[in-house]
Design a protein around this ligand. Structure first.
Ligand code: COA
Length: 503
């Protein structure tokens, strides 16, 4: 009988005997266990064993704690939520069914900076992990596990879990090999500086070193990542991109930024992708990205020659981009690197590189506090993701949002943010389709004036001005009418709109 060609992917031949079915591997996961799954913004997620786990619930009820890199694709979070098998979930998700399970209190969600989960696993704060379930392209002779479209937290999971299940996904392009740079910081107390001074630097190994004795099973999969659902740029995001460019141009003219710009980070979602896309038609050249996720716009920048290099922890593309990029991935490989998320999002490196970070807000307030996570202060959307890692440590922390949501029934600029992920101290520039507010080196009252003038939708400007004027009359360094500070959100919950009728 001909040899199964897939075995060539497992060069460490002693592991051939560990091949099992997804169902068999899933049967090892028991009630009360903690598992670490590969996967970061729908990329490189373990697929077969999690799906088999969700099915097993029909025969035998159980609950587990699930740690990942970031959001999972392939409907896994949704199926987990429907099956009711997750007790605790960290550090990020973006699935509608998981979101409702979190908001109903059925799943305990730990919303956590993406750079820090690895420290919690290493330090014993999260876990201990019983299993790491990790998607791979293959395993080298010397026991390096080659990741696929993300690295995420797979390295720390593989090193700290008691046992490892590897999913070898034959649907992922083999050209991904050589893309990864796997580096783990030393233990706290004897930690050395991370030797990365440029987004292009490679400081680790091409795969994750694993202890073969911990590999309990290897499963085959043949399933592509889920495409990203991002919306293409629209007229408003084009205008927002224009404001961002105007700000960057002004900084270059003032001599505060080099004309090639420091490395850029761009967050998840349609708005961040669209705004980054705006750089395509700009005069900026020789760009580099040091980000956590590379979305569609980055590949357009690479194709156009505007961007020369991109470093991240994952590649997450819409369906048309996935088809185009992976058909000829070889042409990008020398210009990309994927790293563990604690390195892509590491405060030390972000500060050293002087990043310009661009992330999306749900809302921000008169004084520049930003809410990225909670609808009306209570309902979780996705999670803080890496926005805090980048926002706090970047040279320029830029937050973008459309000025209104839900056809104008919500103003995204409010008297008081209903939840604060990024405080006024961490936010440098705010951008909406009405303009940009550079709030650096401004006192709270100066910030409010600038935000009122440049960011608020004209329909909401009079009522925000009225609030601010009455707040000033009461005094204070950061003036508020406290019993009205969250009244816009309360009004939306009550009347379905934040807009007050004009008298
Ligand atoms: N109140 C209530 N809902 C709001 C809102 C507000 N102030 N602002 C936006 N929304 C709604 C939109 O109407 C839309 O709803 P829909 O899905 O029903 O259409 C939804 O939120 C998403 O808004 P959208 O404008 O499409 O934004 P996006 O796709 O760019 O995502 C975030 C925006 C904030 C949800 C997303 O960027 C995120 O999860 N950020 C946190 C993590 C992060 O920044 N990571 C980056 C580090 S790399």
């Amino acid at each position: 009988m001909a040899m199964d060609q897939r075995l060539e992917r497992i060069k460490l031949t002693a592991l051939h005997e560990r091949i099992v079915s997804a169902e068999q591997a899933a049967s090892w996961i028991k009630d009360g266990m903690a598992v670490g799954l590969s996967g970061f913004t729908r990329a490189g997620d373990a697929k077969a064993v999690p799906n088999a786990l969700a099915k097993r619930m029909q025969e035998e009820p159980f609950q587990i704690d699930v740690y990942t890199g970031a959001s999972l694709g392939s409907g896994i979070d949704g199926r987990f939520a429907q099956a009711g098998i997750v007790r605790k979930r960290a550090p990020y998700q973006s699935d509608p069914l998981m979101r409702s399970a979190i908001n109903s209190g059925d799943v305990q969600f730990v919303d956590h900076h993406l750079s820090q989960t690895a420290e919690w696993i290493r330090g014993g704060v999260a876990g201990p992990l019983d299993f790491a379930i990790i998607e791979a392209l293959g395993i080298t002779q010397d026991g390096l596990l080659i990741p696929t479209t993300s690295v995420g937290n797979s390295m720390v999971f593989a090193h700290h879990a008691k046992q490892i299940i590897i999913e070898i996904n034959t649907a992922q392009p083999l050209e991904l090999e050589g893309l990864h740079d796997c580096y783990a910081p030393q233990a706290i107390g004897s930690r050395q500086p991370i030797p990365l001074v440029s987004p292009r630097d490679r400081i680790g190994t091409k795969g994750i070193p694993v202890d073969p004795s911990k590999v309990k099973g290897i499963v085959w999969t043949n399933q592509a990542d889920s495409p990203s659902p991002i919306e293409p740029p629209d007229a408003e995001t084009d205008v927002m991109a224009g404001h961002l460019l105007a700000f960057l141009r002004r900084e270059v003219q003032a001599g505060r930024l080099d004309k090639n710009l420091p490395p850029l980070q761009s967050g998840v979602g349609s708005v961040a992708n669209a705004v980054l896309h705006g750089l395509l038609d700009s005069e900026f050249e020789g760009l580099e990205l040091y980000s956590e996720v590379l979305q569609d716009a980055v590949f357009d920048l690479l194709d156009s020659g505007k961007a020369l290099f991109a470093s991240a922890s994952a590649i997450t593309l819409s369906q048309p981009y996935m088809e185009r990029i992976y058909q000829d991935f070889g042409r990008y490989r020398e210009r990309l690197v994927l790293r563990p998320q604690e390195i892509s999002n590491h405060p030390e490196i972000i500060r050293r590189l002087g990043l310009i970070s661009i992330n999306t807000a749900l809302e921000f307030d008169l004084y520049g506090n930003v809410n990225s996570t909670h609808i009306a202060g209570t309902k979780m959307m996705n999670g803080i993701g890496g926005s805090g890692d980048f926002g706090r440590n970047a040279q320029l922390a830029i937050f973008v949002t459309k000025s209104i949501a839900k056809n104008g029934r919500i103003s995204c600029v409010v008297p008081f943010a209903s939840h604060i992920d990024h405080t006024e101290h961490d936010v440098d520039v705010l951008v909406t389709e009405h303009g940009f507010a550079d709030i650096r080196n401004l006192a709270p009252r100066e910030r409010a004036e600038r935000i009122l003038a440049n960011c608020v939708h004209p329909e909401y400007r009079p009522q925000l001005r009225d609030y601010f004027d009455r707040a000033i009359a009461r005094g204070g360094h950061t003036p508020h009418v406290l019993d009205e500070a969250l009244s816009w959100h309360a009004k939306y919950m009550r009347d379905g709109t934040m807009l007050k009728k004009s008298p």
